[in-house]
Design a protein around this ligand. Sequence first.
Ligand code: GLV
Length: 379
Amino acid sequence: MTVLNSIEDLRQAARRRVPRAIFDYADRGSYDEVTFNRNLTDLAALQLRQRVMVDVSQQQLTTTILGERWEIPVGIGPTGLTGLFHANGEMLGARAAQAFGVPFCLSTMSICSIEDVRGAVQKPFWFQLYLMRDRSFNQELLDRALAANCSAIMLTVDMPVQGLRRRDPKNGLSIPPKLTLKNLFEVAMRPTWALKVLTGRRRTFGNLEARMKGTGGLKTLSEWIAQQFDPSVTWKDLAWLRERWPRKIIIKGILDAEDARLACEHGVDAMVVSNHGGRQLDGARSTIAALPEVVDAVAGRCEVLFDGGVRSGQDVLRALALGARGCLIGKAFLYALAARGEAGVTLALDIIRKELAVSLALTGANDVGKVTRDILIPR
Ligand code: GLV
């Protein structure tokens, strides 16, 4: 058996397991991928401070965020099309996350439905939302999320219009995936994936199916986004959500101190510093570059989460040092799921946990909740 002991190992395994169109959808960013690359290089450029002769025998990796206990400060962020990476992908991801003791956020653009995931887990999960032109559809999704016992809504706000991921149209990414002459070889070389995903119960958007009836179906994700997402959304629409959702609200896609202040003023419980994994505004800052000023602007008024390029426990530690309370993984989660299903997701979380524990100790720190900029070499 091949030894898989890094997120990169899982990425390589995923590449072999799923057809290129699916793999590339997760793996890359928008346009020239400047921001996508910045997320990775800016994180790697932050140097950790090695400290010695500190008692690191008692380590605290657990933390409490939004009133929920996290076994490590890492949750699974919302990712579209997850169930195409592995049959029942969202159900498996949620199960692995809950068994591990970390949150799982289901995307609106998932393959398994809210109810599928509800049936697969015991504890509450989070549901991600985009505001649509037709708010009655959002209302329906909120009702379903409430009925499914979701504890938080994560409102994604960095996609009023979609950035082009150039590979998707070139690869002919379609939903549901289709066997074409062009991808026949790709699919034939991945029989395990093909058998499970192409013959599985769901191959299209589980939460949207009823609404897509009569539209003649939608071939691509970008078609759906252009037709349905509301590009006129402003801060006043957060009040619309607040009136209709009695539980926690997390806003995702904050990359600017001014927006962070506005989000606090509009009463969110948490925010995710995010540039959509470098999949939206190409040329924008990396999330790790934006994090410190967002944390300053928030000034403790809500919890700050972080995503964008998190591939290791060291990355988690870097984000904590700059003020994040926790991190979300998106791409790393999809690699793990595609590579090994539920066990793969558990493995990814375990890899990150071990890296985090060791790196924490070697910086002379003991508690993930108390990490400060002190563990970084000042720039
Ligand atoms: C959806 O959120 C995507 O980034 O494709």
